[in-house]
Design a protein around this ligand. Structure first.
Ligand SMILES: *Cc1c(COP(=O)(O)O)cnc(C)c1O
Length: 370
């Protein structure tokens, strides 16, 4: 049904009328069902092509024995492990069903009709959805070279702004902010405004002046840093993420958090994953090689791409990407078109295994030539 024809819409909160749902990457099973094909590959949701490490897999198997019981609603062991990992108190940790859940908790606690949030053009789509879902107003700053323009963002902050959302690095552009400008931006915000630094891809970044905003939690009481196990840790299907913040902010987030929002397998796997740095190292290594493989191909094809420090890269097809995307799908290759981000000529490619990257490159060349 088209949204406008929904007779129940008039019963919903008024801001729900203008809300369009998040568009996830197409699952392989759905594409294959639609086209009657097999052997497809998905490079569309920035997942780790290696999946979880051996330690996380083993922890999941062990945790299966307790599936009949509710998980630990307070996430005691996971919060303690995360606190230790970051050198903070467990009271600073809020666990989420993916970091999306945490972003939503932040919106529910700190935004409401009359309040505003600020984020950048081309920023992660969930910031807009979380803001609108509670009836708050989004103020969107123009980007600079596809990245966050902190000065433009600062100009949109008013006494109504309660949350500034910053993805570092950003998805879908792969752009990033250096420590010094980000730190002074946060320091200059009014005390009445929280800033969320979303570090979903931080494990992949090796630039020397790339910040770890978790180190600033004790300096800035209005800072919330979010992390996820869905990307480098390879646990996207389990849905587990978290926020680090001043414990007084965490206490508010925990008032609205569902008691069992992180399931028992996810809690066990996440604890094992943070104690498996070798898996992160191997994943980052594979990503570095795959990034080179893709960008070398784009250069050979004469296509511009946005330099990315994440596990994905966004390429400018130089013409509308929708038909190219459709032709790739017919060849069993799922990538992410970015029309809904206002980037109709771009495709975002997640870095896969070497063989998957090669398969994408061959299909892409074939489509561009036909
Ligand atoms: C993928 C992603 C997330 C988180 O996803 P979850 O699976 O919900 O943890 C958060 N922020 C950005 C920028 C992302 O790309």
């Amino acid at each position: 049904m088209h949204q406008a024809d929904n007779p129940f819409q008039s019963l919903a909160a008024p801001w729900i009328a203008g809300l369009t749902p998040y568009v996830p990457g197409k699952p392989i099973s759905e594409l294959e069902r639609e086209l009657g094909i097999s052997d497809s590959i998905k490079l569309a949701s920035n997942e780790n092509p290696l999946g979880p490490g051996v330690r996380a897999r083993a922890a999941i198997e062990t945790a299966l024995a307790e599936l009949g019981r509710y998980p630990d609603g307070g996430g005691f062991a996971l919060r303690r492990a995360l606190a230790e990992h970051h050198g903070l108190s467990p009271a600073a940790v809020t666990i989420g069903n993916g970091s999306n859940d945490v972003l939503d908790l932040i919106a529910r606690v700190f935004l409401q009709p009359g309040a505003e949030s600020v984020f950048s053009e081309y920023a992660f789509a969930v910031y807009s959805i979380a803001t609108q879902s509670v009836g708050a107003k989004a103020r969107v700053a123009r980007a600079r070279d596809y990245g966050h323009d902190l000065e433009a963002m600062a100009r949109l902050v008013t006494d109504r702004t309660r949350v500034v959302w910053i993805a570092n690095p950003n998805n879908p552009t792969g752009t990033w902010l250096a420590a010094a400008p980000l730190k002074s931006f946060i320091g200059a915000l009014p005390k009445t405004c929280l800033v969320v630094v979303d570090e979903a891809y931080t494990e992949y970044v090796s630039e020397p002046d790339f910040p770890d905003a978790t180190h600033w939690i004790e300096t800035f009481p209005n800072l919330i840093v979010t992390r996820t196990f869905s990307k480098a840790y390879g646990l996207a299907a389990l849905r587990v993420g978290y926020a680090l913040s001043d414990p007084r902010i965490a206490e508010l987030l925990n008032r609205v958090r569902q008691p069992f929002n992180v399931n028992a397998l996810a809690q066990a796997a996440a604890i094992a994953a943070i104690n498996d740095p070798e898996h992160i190292r191997a994943s980052v290594e594979l990503n570095r090689a795959g990034m080179k493989q893709l960008t070398t191909a784009f250069e050979r094809l004469g296509l511009a791409y946005i330099p990315s420090v994440g596990n994905f890269v966004t390429v400018d097809c130089g013409r509308p990407a929708t038909p190219i995307n459709e032709a790739l799908l017919k060849r069993g290759v799922i990538v992410r078109p970015l029309g809904n981000y206002g980037m109709p000529n771009h495709l975002r490619i997640s870095i896969g295994l070497e063989s998957e990257n090669a398969r994408f490159i061959a299909a892409f060349e074939d489509v561009l030539a036909s």
